[in-house]
Design a protein around this ligand. Structure first.
Ligand code: AP5
Length: 195
């Protein structure tokens, strides 16, 4: 299976992506984690993206697409992937589709985790007390949420129109959300298998 998780900052993409990957034997690929690793290791990529991330803005598309190409191809060959944090714009979705389709590694299903704004802010501010993430402050969260609304939320329509979108209420205990996603993915996979 080749999946991606969509949701606002704090929606639980990272948490659920790992659980879904474990359940179905897939590779979890997080664009945010890979970027933070570059920053922590002070690579050229890390130095070029640090300021964008500290502000809560999106880093340039070319950086993300280059960074993800190899891991996505490797994961697809190893049985499938759960992508978390990518794509963040319709342009990223279109560009990724162009490359991935040719290689036969395009996304099959997108899972949208729906969580109300006040819950998102409270989760991130709470995590900020211990995470050490420079973008987990109340001020930066406001910008991350605005960027999500303006630049990322249009991808929901992109996948909905292609009948690839599964929506899940993410405002429940972690185990309940996982269970709901797994059940819906199993159903969707049976439908895909019949195609
Ligand atoms: P990224 O790392 O992707 O951050 P994000 O989207 O802001 O998401 P978060 O990691 O904050 O939240 P999440 O939805 O993964 O939730 P999580 O499971 O962690 O991106 C960071 C930055 O990198 C971006 O701002 C941008 O600069 C750059 N970037 C990344 N990808 C990019 C791209 N494709 N293009 C351009 N730029 C890109 O959970 C959050 C908290 O809530 C945790 O404490 C968790 O324990 C808790 N929690 C989770 N689920 C529940 C639940 N059900 N109930 C209660 N608490 C819960």
């Amino acid at each position: 299976m080749r999946l991606l998780l969509i949701g606002a900052p704090g929606a639980g993409k990272g948490t659920q992506a790992q659980r879904i990957a474990d359940h179905f034997g897939l590779v979890h690929i997080s664009s945010g984690d890979l970027l933070r690793k570059h920053v922590a290791e002070d690579t050229a990529t890390g130095r070029s993206v640090r300021a964008y991330m500290d502000r809560g803005d999106l880093v340039p598309d070319a950086v993300v697409l280059d960074m993800l190409r190899k891991p996505v191809i490797a994961a697809a060959a190893a049985g499938g992937y759960v992508l978390d944090g990518f794509p963040r714009t319709v342009e990223q979705a279109q560009q990724a589709y162009g490359v991935a389709k040719e290689l036969g590694v395009a996304v099959q299903l997108a899972v949208f985790l729906e969580v109300p704004r006040e819950e998102l802010v409270s989760r991130i501010v709470a995590r900020g007390l211990s995470s050490g993430r420079t973008d987990d402050t109340r001020e930066v969260v406001e910008n991350r949420l605005a960027v999500y609304e303006q630049q990322t939320s249009p991808i929901l329509d992109y996948y909905r129109r292609r009948e690839r979108l599964i929506s899940v209420n993410g405002n429940r205990p972690v185990d309940e959300v996982t269970w709901s996603v797994v059940v819906q993915l199993q159903r969707a996979r049976r439908a895909l298998d019949k195609q």
